[in-house]
Design a binder for this molecule. Structure first.
Ligand code: HXC
Length: 262
């Protein structure tokens, strides 16, 4: 597939690379339309299928991660269009099926669908110029890609209500304080910092990386005892891997582990 609205590349050693997807509709501040979301889904699935890729970064431009779903496209839709075409459900949630970690590197605006897309990633590293918001209320709608559900899970009800009802933006400092982002770094260091985190993840054994992602995500889909039981079973299963033998032997023998992802 030839991409027109995103760019992809890989970084890192040949065996364990980081797949990077850059949203690339600069004139529209990376507004998310159908074509862009199809391309994003395709690129993510390609990295998922590539054994040399251990982690994925999703990023935008300095000015905008993404300023939301494309309002000029949505302005023409009526109920029959969005319902019959399964708007959002059709091609926005492929990112949730990716089993490799996906890190959002956010600078500039992450608004509406852009904020929701960042929240669908496993964690967010923000530049100090990042601004998050769910301003849909200002254009007569509400968040439609999980914003009313993932934002309160990240920042609690009070701030989520504030954001969804007033449409105000949250800067990077507030976002980190509230738990929406894991780290805030100077804009110039955003990609280096995110790449560093991604390469660290790539250096670990894939079965334990996938299990850790799956277990943390289960916390948002289950009660505590079911979630802990899910974790316990995954934890037990990792003792069947070569990487567990290698990791513990390397520790005890004071050497660097050489994981084989088995
Ligand atoms: C289409 C957009 C856009 C969007 C910006 N642009 N956001 N086009 N959809 N979401 C376009 C502008 O029309 C403009 O095009 C160009 O990008 C630059 O934007 P400006 O407004 O001139 O830039 P600036 O003054 O710096 O303001 C930046 C901004 C503002 C604060 C981010 O653009 C803005 O408020 N955008 C809309 C944000 C928003 O409401 N997002 C939620 C969308 S609803 P021209 O041609 O004039 O140069 C949504 C629904 C989610 O996301 C539910 C399902 C996913």
């Amino acid at each position: 597939m030839r991409y027109e609205m995103i760019e992809t590349r890989t970084e890192g050693p040949d065996s364990r690379q980081v797949g990077i997807v850059t949203l690339n509709r600069p004139k529209q501040l990376n507004a998310l339309n159908d074509q862009l979301m199809d391309e994003l889904g395709h690129a993510l699935q390609a990295f998922e299928a590539d054994d040399s890729v251990g982690c994925i970064i999703l990023t935008g431009s300095e000015k905008a991660f993404a300023a939301g779903a494309d309002i000029s496209a949505m302005a023409k839709f009526d109920f029959a269009d969005v319902y019959k075409n399964d708007f959002i459900t059709r091609n926005w949630e492929q990112i949730r099926s990716i089993r490799k970690p996906v890190i959002a590197a956010v600078s500039g605006f992450a608004l509406g669908g852009g904020c929701e897309l960042a929240m669908m990633c496993d964690f967010i590293i923000a530049a100090d110029n990042a601004k998050f918001g769910q301003p849909e209320i200002k254009i007569g709608i509400i968040p439609g890609a999980g914003g009313t559900q993932r934002l309160p899970r990240a920042v609690g009800k009070a701030k989520a209500m504030d954001m969804a009802l007033t449409g105000r933006m949250m800067d990077a400092v507030e976002a980190e304080r509230a738990g929406l982002v894991s780290r805030v770094v100077p804009l110039a260091q955003l990609m280096d910092e995110t790449l560093g985190a991604a390469l660290t993840i790539c250096s670990f054994g894939e079965p334990s990386v996938m299990a850790a992602k799956e277990a943390v995500n289960r916390a948002f889909e289950s009660g505590l005892s079911d979630g802990v039981m899910f974790e316990r079973r995954l934890f037990h299963s990792l003792f069947a891997t070569q990487d567990q033998k290698e990791g513990m032997d390397a520790f005890l023998n004071k050497r660097k582990a050489a994981f084989t992802n088995r």
